[in-house]
Design a protein around this ligand. Structure first.
Ligand SMILES: Nc1ncnc2c1ncn2[C@@H]1O[C@H](COP(=O)(O)OP(=O)(O)OP(=O)(O)O)[C@@H](O)[C@H]1O
Length: 308
């Protein structure tokens, strides 16, 4: 797939001297959903704002659809829709007027049929003529998305789209994002909800202290960095691991009722077959077997944790 956004050696040092981005390079592929994960203050908003041309980088380049964000700002920016973290809407304005106004800002001719379609996709059709102040928080967030989509962008940035949103609405948002992707929109979102990244992203980027630690296909990330555990429940507890099993990386639970075998999914062989064969040579009786895969959350915490 071709890169629609290309970020090269991007740095940002704020006026205070704080280095918020340290030589970030990133290629965002057309049509993908990329989730950027990182702890508070990692630099996610700074990165998004710089790609969108709101913050001037200290060095490095950003091109959007081949247009340089600094020297060709208008062309680059017209391809982008941005939903910022904060909701900033005019309380007395009506939904359709605010969305029409956003479209006008990009110099696009009026197209109410398109705007009606967007409002429909975001389940806002019946609120079209409502004043912003009459909407719930979740509806306001959707109006922010409608505004960002009003000028038919090809790329949508969502900065924490589901912060403070209830579980049901969060799932609705995921559906909306999936529909936009089906329409060919490239989506970049930041989130603190790892479950969200796991549910909807094609690729995951992890950012910490101004550095991109990795950007990887979600499924590959989980199979490459994930460890699996095989839990062997015993019919009768034991006090020690029998010598026949000493060559395996096993731990015995405190109650003696469970042996836990941890193996790396990257290994060519898991060793489970020979573990099972050796287990038969012991006096241990199996009651049950279970496997557990480490989650994206385990992987993320492992990546960003401070050294002890
Ligand atoms: N205008 C500014 N001047 C100085 N420092 C800033 C400015 N804006 C952000 N920072 C600092 O840059 C760092 C990155 O902030 P940023 O908002 O990009 O993080 P984030 O990953 O989006 O965090 P969060 O998850 O909390 O939204 C933080 O340490 C922040 O204090």
């Amino acid at each position: 797939m071709a890169a629609i956004v290309s970020v090269e050696n991007l740095t940002k040092t704020y006026g205070s001297g704080f280095e918020a981005l340290k030589s970030v390079s990133l290629a965002i592929e057309e049509g993908e959903i990329l989730a950027l994960l990182g702890p508070n203050g990692a630099g996610k908003t700074t990165l998004i704002s710089t790609i969108c041309g709101i913050i001037t980088p200290s060095s490095g380049t950003v091109t959007v659809g081949g247009h340089d964000i600094l020297s060709d700002f208008r062309a680059a920016r017209s391809l982008i829709g941005l939903v910022p973290q904060e909701i900033n809407l005019e309380p007395f304005e009506r939904v359709i007027d605010t969305v029409r106004f956003s479209r006008g800002l990009f110099g696009k001719s009026r197209n109410d049929a398109y705007l009606d379609e967007i409002l429909g996709k975001l389940s806002l059709s019946d609120k079209k003529t409502s004043k912003i102040m009459e909407l719930s928080g979740g509806m306001k967030r959707r109006v922010m998305i409608a505004k960002a989509l009003s000028h038919e962008p090809r790329i949508l940035f969502l900065d924490e789209p589901t912060a403070g949103v209830d579980v049901e609405l969060r799932r609705d948002m995921w559906d909306t994002v999936a529909e936009l992707k089906a329409d060919g929109v490239t989506i970049i979102l930041t989130t603190h909800y790892i479950e969200e990244a796991e549910a909807i992203a094609d690729r995951i980027g992890v950012i910490n202290k101004g550095d991109i630690l990795l950007v990887q296909n979600k499924a590959e990330l989980m199979s490459q960095m994930g460890q699996k555990q095989l839990r062997i429940s015993l019919a009768q507890p034991t006090t020690e691991i029998p010598p026949e099993l000493s060559e395996f990386d096993l731990t015995l639970s405190e109650d003696g009722e469970c042996l836990v075998y941890t193996y790396d999914t990257r290994g060519e062989k898991t060793g489970i077959t020979s573990l099972m064969a050796n287990l038969q040579k012991t006096d241990l009786q199996l009651a049950d077997l279970q496997t557990e895969q480490s989650s994206l959350e385990d992987i993320f915490v492992g990546l960003v944790k401070e050294p002890a």
